[in-house]
Write a protein that binds this ligand. Structure first.
Ligand code: ZN
Ligand code: ZN
Length: 669
């Protein structure tokens, strides 16, 4: 009779178990809590599956790895990569070839060779399929097969990556590498490899893995990117999906929040790199815009003013500091005091404005109004201060001082719907110009605690709803989530990183006209209350600038770019010609520079690309003789030679049309 295997545990205690007992069964004998928390094990120094059986006559050291161990987390993530591959296999069938899928810091990836492009939107689809595999508790089945058989199976399935890996193992079994077969095995065992099946996906892998997909508590796919097979740019480009997994939903959520945080920091990094803005301890939460930042900001404001003029708006400007009494009257004292800054003027209490409305209303009250003036569309790029807690300050995204692109529309109640439709059209024009296509609209209705009559709410909410429907906009209704004084429409803009930003708002105010006793003389020659709309499109311009920096990844469209073109002479012999070209560009209104450094032109191009300059104009002998420039587009590369006039024409057209740059948008994650 053969001797039973013995197991020595980390605490030094020993167990004798029956031959063929699995590691999972040993864990269960130690305690059911341990068995439940078990993910994999270290058996005499080697990481193994829980399903590994113990041989007769052997003496083992055994450490059960639970979800507390870092090693277990890597195993979970690598196992999730298998589940993702299984989901991709289900969705794309035999068209997909598999590269490798290791765990990495913070997550995992898998590389796929697939003709069809996997878009960011497809990740949701893949996640859904993964969730099914997890719900089905699909097991990880290990199989040891002869190397030749494994190759035959992979070959018949067209898995060229796996075949290549198997060939490598055959020629050098001890250098099989991380994702390959059983490299630690005894030399004679190099003739075999291990395969793991998850559903109908079979991988060449040495393991270990979790026992079944049901053991994945929380996962998320993060992004998709191109990746050369084996990191070699001469080999085929595969599609790499990144994801992550955790032992709890909470841990996943925390990670995603950190990731979000890192992404947010991105605009601060770019802000520094492109010399757009800075923050200083002397003014926490107050952005300092540098010359480049002011150029972008002014370009945004020029555009904003142009479309508002066309839409029939006038512009006002009201003071930043106003008496405290005004804020009592407006209701901000009661509802907004915590976020306001106060000061004294001539011993009287004053407040720094957190909103522009009360100032705008004082202008309205400055003289009587007639129904004939309506609708009155009055805009204000108002600088407001709101005290945000220092812990939530975040670059340009969360500041204490910002410019709001406010406007108030005063109109007859029966003009409300038509005015809201006009605002919707303006919002649409503005967002489209900046390249935001994915916009979510929400309508928030009367909350439980609110002022005003049923009839007022019904009329105001009806106007918003009918306007949305007149424009065929899909919208979500947030029942009872309006402000206590106003039903409202909110706009959420999705950027190229997949994040949603609340920017625009349209509110029909039921309180201010009463509080400020606004009136107009109607056609009946009597006094009436006007209807009043507050609206913003960009919201905070500083924050919008931050969103744009991240949305474009620093590559601004030509009309916004701080520097639009740079002239690059190939040697100092052409500095004079470069100077002439520069002069003509500047006279044509372009923001341009010449790079007269003694560097090679290749280095000058790299530097210009680093500075995100859209156009590089290379000049040498040929160009100086023919009065041309060799145009290089940062996004498209070489565009060939062009006369200086032709280039100026091209750039001016691109600026006038506020064209988006022909860059591929940054990928999610
Ligand atoms: Zn594996
Ligand atoms: Zn307002």
């Amino acid at each position: 009779m053969r001797e039973m295997p013995t197991v020595k545990l980390p605490d030094g205690s020993q167990l004798e178990v029956a031959e063929g007992t699995t590691v999972a069964e040993v864990a269960n004998r130690i305690g059911s809590r341990l068995a439940q928390a078990a993910v994999a094990a270290r058996l005499s120094g080697k990481l193994v599956d829980l399903g590994t059986r113990l041989d007769a006559g052997a003496a083992y050291d055994l450490e059960i790895l639970t979800d507390k161990s870092d090693q277990a987390l890597s195993i979970l993530r690598h196992s999730t990569a298998h589940v993702m591959a299984a989901a991709v296999r289900r969705l794309y069938g035999s068209a997909v070839r598999f590269g490798i899928g290791p765990s990495i810091e913070d997550g995992f990836y898998y590389d796929f060779d697939l003709a069809e492009r996997i878009a960011d939107e497809d990740l949701v689809k893949i996640e859904t399929e993964m969730a099914k595999i997890i719900a089905e508790r699909t097991p990880f089945q290990r199989e040891t097969v002869a190397l030749g058989e494994a190759r035959q199976r992979m070959e018949s399935d067209g898995q060229w990556c796996k075949v290549e890996l198997l060939n490598d193992i055959a020629s050098n079994p001890l250098r099989g590498g991380e994702q390959l077969a059983d490299a630690e095995a005894k030399p004679e065992a190099a003739e075999t490899v291990t395969l793991y099946r998850t559903g109908d996906f079979v991988d060449l892998c040495r393991g270990p893995h979790i026992p079944d997909a049901g053991r994945i508590p929380a996962f998320k796919l993060l992004s998709v990117a191109g990746s050369y097979w084996r990191g070699d740019s001469t080999r085929p480009m595969l599609q790499r999906i990144y994801g992550t997994a955790f032992f709890s939903k909470k841990a996943l959520q925390e990670y995603l929040a950190r990731l979000e945080e890192a992404k947010r920091r991105d605009h601060r990094r770019l802000g520094k790199e492109l010399d757009l803005f800075s923050f200083h301890n002397e003014g926490p939460g107050f952005a300092f815009l540098h010359p480049n930042g002011v150029i972008v900001m002014n370009a945004i404001l020029d555009f904003w003013r142009e479309v508002h003029r066309e839409a029939g708006y006038v512009e006002v400007r009201t003071p930043i500091i106003l008496s405290e009494a005004l804020w009592h009257r407006s209701g901000h004292w009661d509802n907004y005091r915590e976020a306001m800054y106060f000061t004294q003027v001539d011993d009287q209490p004053f407040a720094v404005k957190p909103m522009n409305c009360p100032g705008g209303l004082l202008i309205y009250l400055d003289r009587p109004h007639s129904y004939r003036e309506f609708p009155m569309r009055v805009a204000e790029l108002g600088l407001v201060h709101r005290h945000e807690k220092s812990g939530v300050l975040h670059g340009l995204m969360r500041v204490r001082q910002f410019t709001q692109d406010d406007a108030h529309v005063f109109c007859l109640p029966e003009q409300l719907k038509a005015e809201v439709v006009r605002i919707i059209d303006l919002v649409d024009l503005v967002y489209r110009t900046f390249g935001f296509e994915d916009v979510r609209v929400e309508l928030s209705t009367r909350p439980e605690h609110s002022i005003g009559t049923d009839a007022m709410w019904e009329h105001a909410t009806g106007a918003l709803r009918e306007a949305l429907e007149a424009r065929g906009l899909k919208y979500k209704v947030n029942e009872g989530e309006g402000a206590f004084y106003a039903p409202k429409i909110d706009y959420h803009v999705r950027d190229c990183l997949g994040r949603s930003w609340q920017c625009g708002t349209i509110q029909v105010d039921l309180a201010m006209p009463e509080r400020f006793d606004l009136t107009y003389t109607g056609s009946d020659n009597r006094e009436h209350r006007p209807a009043m709309i507050h609206r913003a499109i960009l919201g905070s311009i500083e924050r919008f600038l931050g969103i744009l920096i991240e949305h474009y990844g620093g590559d601004f469209p030509l009309w916004l770019a701080p520097l639009q073109a740079v002239v690059l002479p190939v040697s100092e012999r052409f500095d004079a010609y470069a100077g002439q070209v520069l002069e003509r560009l500047r006279r044509a209104g372009l923001r341009a520079e010449a790079d007269l450094a003694s560097d090679k032109v290749g280095a000058k191009i790299r530097s210009a690309i680093g500075r995100r300059i859209p156009y590089m104009l290379v000049v040498g002998e040929k160009e100086a003789t023919a009065d041309t420039v060799a145009v290089r587009d940062k996004a498209l590369g070489d565009l060939g030679g062009e006369t200086v006039e032709a280039f100026i024409g091209r750039a001016q057209t691109e600026i006038r049309e506020r064209g988006l740059r022909p860059t591929a948008p940054a990928r999610r994650g």
